[in-house]
Design a protein around this ligand. Structure first.
Ligand SMILES: Cc1cc2nc3c(=O)[nH]c(=O)nc-3n(C[C@H](O)[C@H](O)[C@H](O)COP(=O)(O)OP(=O)(O)OC[C@H]3O[C@@H](n4cnc5c(N)ncnc54)[C@H](O)[C@@H]3O)c2cc1C
Length: 491
């Protein structure tokens, strides 16, 4: 599909509805509008960005969702392919992340090997290099098939299986792969397992092939968008305005009406929108519901519990990204599988003021703390039970911060806010962050972007191909636009 095509009168231009204003929907809308479609984007909330949100209070700025950005070239391409300069600047994270272990050991991991290995004993350094090489091998084999381009069909899957099947260790779990690589020491095991949580897995149940995620961060690097992750949402919003996309906020999609097997109308709480095609960039199960279909019950991916704390003091021990590992990594996923918040969760801390001084008042700190959490139960949940469960989770996070020496005196707290599965359920069904759990080899394969028997509809976003996380959701939106292009006469 060629970008920025000239079209005749408005009447000749196909009308496409993009449902959901998360990064996937924004990328799809941009690409379709630049190709000449008349695009209307419908978003339920009063702001764009979906899970990528922002909170400003008392001089503090927080990203409320994603904060680790990998593959920044995907962001640049999203703008470049419609003829725009990327409005967001990136700074590489150095270290990529700081790891704090229960015995007090602190390990700074860089993209560069020398400073990374300096923190390791000789045998650990060898194991690190072996595991890194394996992650690279898996990533370079998988990315062209499973990340870039359209969802793979049977021929692509067969070709991948023939060429890389054995190396991808089918049937092996991620922990088994790490054992085979000798990368399962108390330091390396939690370190390498945790990357599978980036796609919402219990790492112990993740297939070996998900070890490739480690390469995206360790080999290709982590970047901070200057102005925060929300600067990307603002940049996309401005680009949509340039291409004349109509954005309807605070409008909820209720169902999709089909004629002759094709989606022809979007029914919202504010009226009906006729269209030639639809990109549905919301949780896949929600889209199935709009079509009167019943989703296949699958275990949900992880949810999260987030504390945003504006502090009047700074903790110099924290890097931009810091992970605090628990005593026994892995046990938290037993609690999560049982629907409970863990007592001793891994904590991810993100403090952007070290890199972006405008993000907190002088001497203050904008601390984002995140723990893995269970998605909401399928049924039988009520607001009281939900609140009681999340309260337990909040208490566990505070107790863990205190136990590990990362708490603060009451007098230092200027402002705070919690977000948990109930809040995230506005975006993803049951508050799951990445659709169905990517457990087992087939579970890791994300659903495609089409629904059988439905024309004029492409799915996009973190619950379908190629998967969750900001760069993959952007790719998904771009791909959905591409899939519809020929159908609506833009190809
Ligand atoms: C706390 C947290 C931390 C994360 N950390 C990272 C990270 O560090 N790095 C990373 O890459 N990713 C991270 N992620 C994941 C990342 O945010 C998502 O994968 C990505 O933003 C998904 O984008 P999306 O467009 O697919 O979906 P969403 O952002 O969920 O967008 C869907 C949109 O659809 C709208 N919508 C839903 N239903 C309706 C309806 N009926 N009518 C109209 N609109 C509707 C929603 O309001 C929403 O705006 C994190 C997510 C969270 C929540």
């Amino acid at each position: 599909m060629s970008a920025a095509r000239a079209h005749g009168s408005d009447g000749a231009r196909p009308r496409v509805a993009v449902l959901g204003g998360g990064v996937a929907g924004l990328a799809a809308a941009l690409r379709l509008a630049a190709s000449g479609a008349r695009v209307t984007l419908i978003e339920r909330e009063a702001r764009l960005g979906g899970k990528a949100g922002e909170w400003r209070e008392a001089g503090f700025r927080f990203d409320t969702g994603p904060s680790v950005l990998t593959l920044p070239h995907v962001v640049r391409e999203t703008f470049a392919e419609v003829g725009l300069e990327c409005p967001v600047a990136f700074r590489p994270a150095a270290p990529l992340c700081r790891y704090v272990y229960p015995d007090g050991r602190v390990w700074d991991v860089y993209r560069e090997l020398e400073p990374t290995l300096a923190g390791l004993a000789a045998d650990e350094a060898e194991a690190y290099l072996r595991a890194l090489r394996k992650a690279r091998e898996l990533y370079e084999a998988a990315a062209p098939v499973f990340v870039h381009g359209p969802p793979p069909g049977l021929p692509q899957l067969a070709a991948y299986g023939l060429r890389h099947g054995l190396a991808a260790a089918p049937g092996r779990s991620l922990p088994a792969l790490l054992r085979a690589l000798g990368a399962d020491s108390p330091l390396l095991r939690p370190f390498f397992l945790r990357f599978a949580t980036y796609v919402g897995a219990d790492p112990r149940r993740a297939p070996a092939v998900l070890h490739n995620v480690a390469w995206a961060e360790l080999g290709l690097g982590v970047h901070h968008p200057v102005g925060g992750m929300y600067a990307l949402v603002r940049g996309l919003e401005a680009a949509l305005a340039r291409f004349g996309v109509e954005v309807r906020l605070e409008t909820t999609v209720e169902r999709l009406a089909q004629r002759g097997g094709a989606v022809r109308e979007v029914v919202t709480d504010a009226g009906v929108l006729p269209c030639d095609a639809v990109v549905a960039a919301v949780d896949r199960d929600r889209v199935l519901g709009w079509l009167g279909r019943r989703p296949r019950p699958r275990p949900p991916s992880l949810s999260g519990l987030v504390l945003l704390a504006g502090l009047g003091q700074r903790d110099q021990r924290l890097a931009h990204h810091t992970i605090v590992f628990p005593e026994r990594y892995g046990e938290e996923f037993d609690a999560i599988a049982a629907g409970r918040h863990p007592h001793d969760p891994t904590l991810y801390l993100n403090v952007t003021v070290h890199s972006d001084p405008a993000d907190a008042p002088e001497g203050g700190e904008n601390r984002f703390v995140m723990a893995n959490a269970p998605a909401l139960p399928r049924q039988g949940d009520d607001a009281v039970a939900r609140e009681a469960r999340e309260r337990e989770g909040r208490e566990a996070v505070m107790a863990t911060l205190a136990r590990r020496g990362f708490d603060w005196p009451a007098s230092a707290l200027v402002t705070s806010r919690w977000l948990g599965p109930a809040a995230f359920a506005r975006f993803g069904d049951r508050g799951r962050l990445y659709g169905a759990a990517p457990h087992g080899l087939l579970g890791a394969l994300r659903p495609g972007q089409r629904l059988r028997g439905v024309r004029g509809l492409a799915l996009a976003g973190g619950t379908v191909h190629p998967g969750g996380g900001v760069p993959l959701a952007l790719l998904s939106g771009r791909e959905a636009a591409e899939l519809l292009a020929a159908e609506v006469g833009l190809g």
